[in-house]
Design a protein around this ligand. Structure first.
Ligand SMILES: *[C@@H]1O[C@H](CO)[C@@H](O)[C@H](O)[C@H]1NC(C)=O
Ligand SMILES: *[C@@H]1O[C@H](CO)[C@@H](O)[C@H](O)[C@H]1NC(C)=O
Ligand SMILES: *[C@@H]1O[C@H](CO)[C@@H](O)[C@H](O)[C@H]1NC(C)=O
Length: 164
């Protein structure tokens, strides 16, 4: 019984790790720094409502500001929307389906520290209309399934831990 619990727990933790693709480290291994092309980084990615961006940077030099499109294009760090900068390992949740624009202040925007992404609505994971069933099945992407798994998995793990 105990062994089964441990195996289940391990499996669920594995699933959680996989499902955690809802958190994206901006710039991948480079993080948030100069001379990275964030357009290239973002181009093959999908961002959905509820996802998180994770900015890792040197807080003594750089910052993360959410700005509007004009200020993104012209690298203007006045009149920003939100200052996300905290300790240099900062997360920000994307709560709306719309374009988001981020820049660093201090002139570093001119050295590539600017990011534009388009956040999409979560596709509904409910059963599709019968006629489009097969194509919908093929198009269903693992991260979506993952995000619904995570809730169930977390609840399950919490239940397991609490019943010990
Ligand atoms: C970044 O990459 C995009 C797409 O590949 C390209 O259009 C753009 O010119 C690049 N930006 C810089 C500053 O190199
Ligand atoms: C962005 O904000 C600036 C300053 O508040 C404003 O002048 C500009 O028109 C805004 N641009 C957009 C696209 O909303
Ligand atoms: C953003 O917040 C950080 C940390 O609170 C602060 O050091 C920085 O000056 C702020 N940046 C701007 C442009 O207000």
């Amino acid at each position: 019984m105990r062994t089964e619990g441990v195996i289940l727990l391990t499996m669920l933790l594995g699933m959680i790790k996989w499902a955690a693709s809802g958190l994206d480290k901006v710039g991948g291994k480079y993080g948030w720094t100069q001379n990275v092309n964030y357009t290239d980084w973002a181009v093959h990615r999908h961002f959905y409502v509820g996802d998180w961006l994770y900015y890792v940077f040197d807080k003594h030099l750089y910052s993360v500001l959410e700005v509007n499109q004009t200020n993104y294009e012209q690298c203007i760090d006045r009149d920003f929307i939100t200052n996300i900068t905290r300790g240099g390992r900062d997360v920000y949740q994307l709560t709306q389906a719309r374009p988001y624009y981020f820049i660093s202040s201090g002139g570093y925007c001119f050295h590539g520290m600017k990011l534009a992404i388009n956040v999409e609505q979560q596709p509904l994971p409910t059963s599709p209309a019968p006629s489009s069933f097969s194509s919908a099945k093929i198009n269903a992407s693992p991260p979506q399934i993952g995000k619904h798994f995570i809730t169930a998995a977390v609840v399950f793990v919490v239940t397991l831990v609490c019943s010990c």
